[in-house]
Design a protein around this ligand. Structure first.
Ligand code: GLC
Length: 559
């Protein structure tokens, strides 16, 4: 039946391609390793350009590929306008952009403006130049507390655990909201502001189509003395006046960035990673005068539950309609336990986040996860998401149905949150960053020619891309078909809920007649006459099986 639906994609206005895009996140050091050194690289991405085209994504977002000491997986950037020599050269980057553009795939790169690496030339200069120097002004240096300045200026904690201040040789302290190796920039400094404009133009000039902005809510800070204590900070309202987070004045920065984006035709796009207190505060990042779009992470902490999905969907569509942006859907990324695993964990403490923590803390015993059920629910949730208005961000490997790798020996882990004791799912974020299995056999399952930089488990063979490409029922085949049909379904940015008579079954219609039905429960749901119009997803005896989603084509499209 689906062959009847193989009509051409309606082309959208080139300036708003991002509004309904399926964006595939590549974590470059774990995607494909062309030179065999164990780290994924840019030529590796080029070698997989056809795979991405066959998958049918509209864009790729690359996590940082810049020179980095890898204290935080590349989010510690030593040079914003270059490629890590282990990953290739700027010429390789240009070749990659050309290869993707030739295949109709846009390129989004990650900008990390809150902090640099301590290896950045400005930070090295600041260390050498000493206290009171102009070079220290670009970062946040303070004298310590205590009789001899031997105590940190405040008791603030860093996001990865431990104190947020580090002392340097001459006795001053610098602020790092994340790892010690990630000093925070001083965004009151005109050179810092100017330098990021240069970086945005640098990549835009090289053909980059958009930017993902790391911790976009943290750049500007009010560090006037006396600095508040941690307890005082926690008691302060998150209304735009908080000293460290989601300050109203951060939008002055993004208004300047917007002018740069609009120098290009089509204008460059941006999406904010902004962990803020309310949908209304998030909408400010998504404004057309600012970054234009902001991540909605609500589904990362939701259960596989019809009521929760419905209210999250309704609320986010309302919010994006009011900001004039389009919403974003995310089930997995490089910071969280993969959703196939989250959905397969026993209900230990109520929320999937807590299940993940408990599971990973226990060393991730394999028998805690019902892999089959987790994947079944993940496929259902993904099909539901791909049918929604807005853009969907997919994380590399989820199209293979990959599960989290929990059993990584401590001496092979890399995530600073693991070593510094933060509670990012207990054992850190390495388990979703294990290199992709491309082939069922061979060294590092076809990722490279030798060992991968994080160990891959034997069960990765089952999920290898070559095995799945040959199997019409595989998760990869499902993603390919969904992404192909999605181009037909994504017309208009509205949806209308239809009543199903069951609390655990959601159904909605798109303006062009496509419908999506998800059965969150376990009892089959009778599809009635719709059973004849199913374009995608399982039907059995005219019913939608438990924990699955179908797409129903408008009658006119079905032969
Ligand atoms: C963002 C990134 C995360 C990184 C952190 C600090 O949350 O997604 O991976 O560790 O910022 O840059």
């Amino acid at each position: 039946m689906t062959d009847a639906l193989a009509t051409e994609t309606p082309r959208t206005d080139p300036a708003i391609w991002w509004r309904q895009a399926a964006v595939y996140q590549i974590y470059p050091r774990s995607f494909a390793d062309a030179n065999g050194d164990g780290l994924g690289d840019i030529p590796g991405i080029v070698s997989r350009a056809d795979y991405l085209a066959e998958l049918g994504v509209d864009a790729v977002w690359l996590s940082p590929f810049y020179p980095s000491a890898l204290a935080d997986g590349g989010y510690d950037v030593a040079d914003y306008r270059n490629v890590d020599p282990r990953l290739g050269t700027l010429e390789d980057f240009d070749r990659m952009v050309a290869a993707l553009h030739e295949r109709g795939i846009k390129v989004i790169v990650d900008i990390v403006p809150n902090h640099s690496s301590d290896q950045h030339v400005w930070f090295q200069e600041a260390l050498e130049a000493g206290r009171g120097s102009a070079a220290r002004e670009r970062y946040i240096f303070r004298e310590g507390a205590g009789d001899n300045g031997e105590l940190p200026p405040t008791d603030w904690g860093a996001a990865f655990g431990g104190p947020a201040w580090e002392r340097v040789a001459d006795g001053q302290w610098y602020l790092h909201s994340f790892a010690t190796e990630q000093p925070d920039f001083n965004w009151d400094h005109p050179e810092v502001r100017e330098d990021f404009l240069t970086t945005l133009r640098f990549w835009s000039d090289r053909g980059v189509d958009g930017f993902r902005i790391d911790v976009a809510h943290m750049l500007t800070k009010d560090l006037s003395e006396p600095l508040p204590s941690r307890a005082e900070l926690e008691g302060m309202p998150q209304d735009g006046t908080h000293p460290l987070s989601d300050r109203d004045d951060v939008h002055e920065v993004y208004a300047e960035w917007r002018k740069v984006f609009n120098e290009y035709d089509p204008p460059r796009t941006a999406v904010a990673e902004a962990w803020v207190s309310s949908p209304e505060r998030r909408a400010r990042y998504a404004s057309a005068e600012g970054l234009g779009q902001a991540f909605n992470f609500d589904l990362l902490v939701a259960d596989f539950d019809a009521t929760q999905f419905r209210s999250i969907i309704t609320e986010n569509l309302e919010q994006s309609a009011s900001s004039g942006s389009s919403t974003t859907w995310v089930l997995s990324n490089h910071d969280v336990t993969r959703h196939a695993t989250r959905y397969g964990l026993p209900a230990l403490e109520g929320s999937p986040e807590k299940q993940g923590v408990a599971w990973v803390k226990a060393g991730g015993p394999a028998d805690w996860v019902d892999r089959e059920r987790g994947l079944r629910r993940a496929r259902a949730a993904t099909l539901l998401l791909l049918g929604l208005p807005g853009s969907t961000y997919l994380y590399q490997g989820e199209e293979l149905g990959l599960h989290e790798v929990a059993q990584i020996p401590a001496d092979q882990r890399q995530d600073p949150s693991f070593f510094r004791g933060a509670d990012f799912d207990g054992l850190g974020r390495d388990g979703c960053r294990v290199p992709i299995p491309w082939t069922a056999s061979g060294p590092s399952f076809g990722f490279g020619t030798g060992d991968a930089h994080l160990p891959q488990p034997a069960w990765f063979a089952e999920y290898a891309a070559d095995v799945e490409a040959a199997d019409p029922d595989s998760t990869l085949s499902l993603y390919r078909e969904a992404l192909r049909l999605r181009r037909l379904l994504q017309a208009g940015e509205q949806l209308e809920w239809t009543e199903t008579g069951r609390d655990d079954v959601l159904s909605f219609a798109r303006p062009n007649g496509w419908r999506v039905v998800t059965n969150f429960g376990t009892a089959p749901f009778d599809l009635g006459a719709d059973a004849d119009h199913v374009a995608l997803g399982p039907v059995s005896d005219g019913a939608l099986p438990g924990e699955s989603t179908v797409w129903i084509a408008p009658a006119a499209l079905v032969r």
